[in-house]
Design a protein around this ligand. Structure first.
Ligand code: HEM
Length: 181
């Protein structure tokens, strides 16, 4: 376990922004895919991106367990720290549950749709029953909305720290120079 610094490590920053970009893409595609022409073939990309998020999240959790994040500012009220930690914990859980529920819903044995990962190789379907796939579909939809709401709160909180409280909470997650790896 590396020591606690005043900002996130380079690895944590790389995981954060790559996952953030992929999740934003998948939320937009997921929420608006009905309005997108089928010819775009966007859902296979949604699935491949979702699997990439799952793998990156497992990497990020491994990184998080071995690299301590910086403390939140001392002056922040206890309720704000508790809220931040709760939102972060739920986001981690959703980063795992959303891709797995998507994978399960695509594994419905009544109409299995194997995932061709960006056209490179095939990812096998999971051993789901129609009931499990149906529940996974419901969960994927519901948790997609929850994820969108939490991401909006998370972004609003980061902007509030930067522009209103004027502390370093956002800056320490931005790629910077001369910092520890
Ligand atoms: C970060 C990962 C993911 C996010 C944030 C995400 C988000 C979403 C959202 C918001 C929807 C729209 C739900 C609705 O209103 O119907 C959706 C739909 C869908 N997602 Fe995902 N998803 C992710 C990963 C995956 C994965 C890994 C798969 C499959 C391997 C997948 C397969 C699908 C499918 C097939 C639909 C369409 C369901 C339908 O037609 O009703 N998703 N996703």
């Amino acid at each position: 376990m590396t020591a606690r610094g005043d900002r996130y490590s380079r690895g944590a920053i790389a995981f954060h922004w790559s996952i953030a970009a992929l999740v934003l893409f998948n939320l937009i595609v997921g929420l608006f895919h009905d309005a997108m022409p089928r010819a775009w073939g966007i859902m296979p990309i949604h699935k491949s991106v979702g699997i990439a998020v799952l793998v990156l999240t497992l990497g990020r959790i491994g990184w998080r367990l071995t690299h301590k994040p910086p403390h939140l500012p001392e002056l922040l009220p206890a309720w704000e720290k508790a809220t931040a930690h709760t939102v972060h914990f739920i986001l981690y859980a959703l980063l795992l549950i959303l891709p797995i529920s998507g994978w399960l819903l695509s594994s419905n044995p009544e109409r299995p749709r194997p995932i061709n990962w960006f056209g490179l190789f095939e990812i096998p379907v999971l051993p789901a029953t129609p009931g499990i796939a149906h529940n996974a579909h419901e969960a994927h939809e519901l948790l997609g909305y929850l994820m969108a709401a939490l991401v909006a709160i998370h972004i609003a909180a980061a902007l509030r720290h930067h522009f209103i409280l004027r502390d370093r909470v956002l800056a320490r997650m931005l790629p910077g120079s001369g910092r520890r790896g």
